[in-house]
Design a protein around this ligand. Structure first.
Ligand SMILES: [Zn+2]
Ligand SMILES: [Zn+2]
Length: 352
């Protein structure tokens, strides 16, 4: 498709402007997608500020955006609809990368850990290759998943983060009938609570503060701990008869929370860390890890987890509507980032 499109272009650090740029053309095996909605996350904000300068993005100008939904408008050369799960007109969501497909990690299915991810030319969309804060985006067909009509364009923009929580549940080998503590009721924390509940958690305790705890209750928490009012470890343990939870999910991005999460699980419990800590370190007790056999697990991205998250949302098992509160036009992208920075919005979403 010839022509130009509007895109939010990062021209310099802290300088994001809406510009007309050429609509990208899909190459072999690629698909042109009209973007419907694109969420903004903390990583995007950090990238705007130059927090990952030289790596994410590798150079300027750059188009951000990696949490999005859209509609297929054109199949690139070599693609046959008969071989795909979608066609022109299908509504889709996109993973951020496909992996190289050839390294040992990709071949084992862990393409989130592709060994070539830092090689020049590796395409991590929205980080090292053009993102979706634009009217159109090109992606390999292999990263796209169709979504049913039950998932709105706005809700579709949350599949990316939801799939990450599905991956976290798989990493801890989650079992139905268990107890979960979630630290940090941002988007990942709220989705973790909701997905854990849908997966059969019978006790879901969210640790945080302020009005986000109300939202946590709407999203499936049946207990909340306000860490400004009570010690978070004591609070979590009180809700489990003193025993500790089976699983703790740290979605806070604050390394000081990791020791709290470790102290909140029962003997043999598991702690999953979902948030990056921007280079800061955490002090943990090896004795607790060893004597109580605690599993401490890092969670990166969402390999093979999009279909499950789409099914959870499409069936109504996970309802993200309470989060869809802050929607902006592309010309308001600065305001959208402001709402993220001020913590007014859990997830500002740009509607295109
Ligand atoms: Zn993100
Ligand atoms: Zn690979």
């Amino acid at each position: 498709m010839e022509g130009t499109m509007k895109a939010a272009v990062l021209r310099d650090w802290n300088d994001l402007g809406v510009e007309d740029v050429p609509i990208p053309a899909p190459g072999a095996g690629e698909v042109l997608v009209r973007v419907s909605a694109c969420g903004l996350c903390g990583t995007d904000l950090k990238m705007v500020q130059g927090g990952f300068a030289g790596r994410w993005p590798p150079s300027l100008p750059f188009i951000l955006g990696h949490e999005w939904s859209g509609e297929v408008v054109e199949l690139g050369p070599g693609l046959d609809p008969g071989d795909l799960a979608f066609d022109v007109g299908s509504r889709v969501v996109a993973e951020n990368h496909a992996g190289c497909g050839a390294c040992a990690m990709c071949r084992s299915g862990s393409y989130n850990l592709c060994e070539r991810v830092r090689r020049p030319g590796y395409r991590l969309y929205g980080h090292t290759a053009p993102g979706a804060l634009a009217e159109y985006a090109v992606r390999p067909a292999t990263v796209l998943h169709p979504i049913p009509e039950e998932i709105s364009d706005l809700a579709g923009a949350l599949v990316n983060q939801g799939a990450l929580t599905v991956h976290a549940l798989r990493r801890v080998q989650f079992r139905a009938g268990s107890s979960v503590a979630v630290f940090g009721p941002g988007l990942l924390g709220l989705l973790s609570a909701s997905v854990a509940r849908a997966a059969g958690a019978t006790t879901v305790i969210v640790v945080g503060r302020g009005r986000r705890l109300e939202l946590a209750r709407q999203m499936g928490a049946n207990a909340v701990v306000d860490y400004e009012a009570v010690d978070p470890v004591t609070g979590v343990r009180e809700h489990t008869g003193g025993r500790g939870v089976d699983y703790a999910f740290d979605c806070s991005g604050n390394p000081a929370v990791i020791p709290q999460a470790l102290d909140s699980v029962r003997r043999g419990g598991k702690v999953a860390v979902l948030g990056l800590a921007a280079g800061r370190e955490a002090g943990i007790s090896p004795d607790r890890l060893v004597l109580d056999e605690i599993d401490l697990l890092g969670i990166r991205s969402s390999p093979n987890a999009y279909p499950a998250m789409i099914a959870l949302m499409g069936s109504g098992a996970v309802d993200v509507s309470p989060i869809l509160t802050h929607v902006y036009g592309i010309d308001e992208v600065d305001r959208a980032f402001q709402a993220l920075k001020s913590r007014e919005a859990i997830r500002p979403i740009v509607k295109l």
